[in-house]
Design a protein around this ligand. Structure first.
Ligand code: GDP
Ligand code: IMO
Ligand code: MG
Length: 427
């Protein structure tokens, strides 16, 4: 019985939510293992659109149990609000199971995220402002608040007072902001204790038992390879490990338990926030891609920066994550171009690089070298098998496969669950 990891291959928003939901019918457990509500995963089911920020995307599937792993940072207000929103739309979903070890995003993390960005000025990261970075820093600094802490009020209070001793100095003396009262934070967290208590478990043990029992487990990545704090375009990254290996630390399963790693790659490239992006289009082509693909952030509504497919970027993530398969999304968005450029290498200060260059400075100087593939004009949104695609679209997919060195097993031809072509079984 397979366990699969779904990972973003670029800079996020590749369509991980749709791919996760699409695989859903055969999934017993859907697990988020990193990030927090900085993610925005869009699902379109029965013509209705849902955006999940913290809840695992398997949540709409009646037979799937969802799990928030220890590697996730949890904003308890967001968790409650997302569940409530689904309920208000008439969707009954079971509450996700939550790791006792997951860290909590508090009000002071959110305030610090925003003031630090403001302070950085033009050196800012362009974070989502959800408090994710400061929460992970506290975790590594051993100053964090974990889910289990809210079941022990004296300990919770002690930890929050300890954390605030330092943070309030910083807020008042460096950022000129009002100090935060420990009582307010304690009360806001305790307010959630009763509601989540029945769902808080040792998710690592639970998942390993489920795998022993032959359950199908899908680990749903948030963010993406090039936003990974170790492997991404540092410092323009998130503060966690979205890569496939992050599923092991962030969910508590050993590497031997993972059978498949599915990289989700958009048929072109987008990025939100700051940081290098060699193929970024600043002209009407970029604008046309943004409009055709609806490239506006699912979390912050920011217009996404757009460019053509960057093969060295995805080849790097295929290699480091060990993708067994790639799911190429949004191919339909490319319909209508006479020629479609694909970045096959970079020119870095006059030197050709077929692979991603070693250093950040080189990557900042990289200019895309394009190959121009034939486009197609036919509507492909109703294609359900590879041979339904026009020849030029088939050639586009095959060329990308060759350039990234990994087989393409799924193709997205529209936002809804059904608008998918499967070339190989993914589960
Ligand atoms: P995620 O963060 O990786 O889950 O991706 P987002 O949900 O942030 O962004 C992907 C966007 O593309 C969403 O609006 C999806 O509904 C949409 N989408 C996903 N797959 C496809 C596809 O194959 N074709 C089209 N046209 N849209 C898609
Ligand atoms: P999904 O899961 C795209 C980006 C932010 C910023 C950087 C750091 O929907 O693909 P953070 O708030 O994490 O400290 O911001 O990472 N970022 C994302 N970009 N998709 C996401 O998630 C992202 N999550 C964070 O824009 O550049
Ligand atoms: Mg997204």
């Amino acid at each position: 019985m397979p366990s699969v990891v779904v990972v973003g291959a670029q800079w996020g928003d590749e369509g991980k939510g749709k791919a996760t939901d699409q695989l859903g019918e055969r999934v017993d457990l859907c697990v988020r293992y990193s990030g927090g509500n900085n993610a925005g995963h869009t699902l379109v089911v029965g013509g209705e659109k849902f955006v999940m920020h913290l809840l695992p995307s398997g949540i709409l599937n009646p037979r799937t149990t969802t799990v928030i792993g220890n590697g996730v940072v949890v904003d308890l207000d967001v968790l409650a609000a997302e569940l409530k929103q689904l309920e208000e739309r008439g969707v009954q979903v079971p509450h996700p199971l939550i790791s006792a070890n997951a860290h909590i995003i508090t009000e002071y993390h959110k305030v610090l995220d925003k003031v630090t960005e403001r302070f950085l000025g033009n050196r800012r990261i362009g974070t989502t402002g959800r408090g994710v970075g400061p929460t992970y820093s506290d975790k590594v600094n051993r100053l964090g608040i974990r889910i289990q802490d809210i079941f022990d009020e004296p300990i919770l209070r002690q930890k929050i007072e300890g954390a605030l001793e330092q943070k309030n100095q910083l807020l008042a003396k460096v950022y000129n902001r009002r100090a935060i009262e420990a009582d307010e934070i304690v009360a806001s967290l305790l307010a959630h204790a009763d509601a989540i208590r029945p769902y808080v478990i040792d998710t690592g043990r639970y998942l390993n038992d489920a795998l022993d029992a032959g359950k199908v487990v899908l680990f749903e990545g948030a963010q993406a390879h090039h936003l990974d704090v170790d492997h991404g375009t540092y410092p323009y990254v998130t503060s966690s490990n979205p890569i496939a290996a992050g599923a092991c630390t962030g969910a508590g399963v050993g590497p031997t338990r993972i059978d498949r790693i599915i990289g989700i790659a958009k048929a072109y490239t987008t990025r939100v926030g700051e940081g290098p992006f060699p193929g970024e289009l600043f002209d009407e082509e970029g604008e046309a891609l943004r409009e055709a693909g609806g490239e506006y952030g699912a979390t912050t509504g920011r217009p996404r920066r757009c460019g053509w497919f960057d093969a060295p970027l995805v080849e790097q993530s295929a290699k480091i994550n060990g993708f067994t398969d790639v799911f190429l999304t949004k191919l339909d968005v490319l319909t209508g171009w006479e020629k479609i450029p694909v970045c096959v290498a970079y020119d870095v200060d006059g030197v050709r690089h077929d692979k991603m260059p070693l250093t950040q400075s080189e990557f900042h100087h990289a200019k895309p070298i394009y190959e121009y593939l034939d486009g197609w004009t036919e509507d492909i949104s109703r294609a359900r098998s590879f041979t339904d695609l026009p020849d030029a679209a088939q050639r586009y997919v095959r060329r990308i496969e060759e350039l990234i060195g990994c087989r393409i097993s799924g193709i997205g031809v529209g936002p809804s669950r059904e608008e998918t072509i499967l070339l190989n079984d993914l589960l």
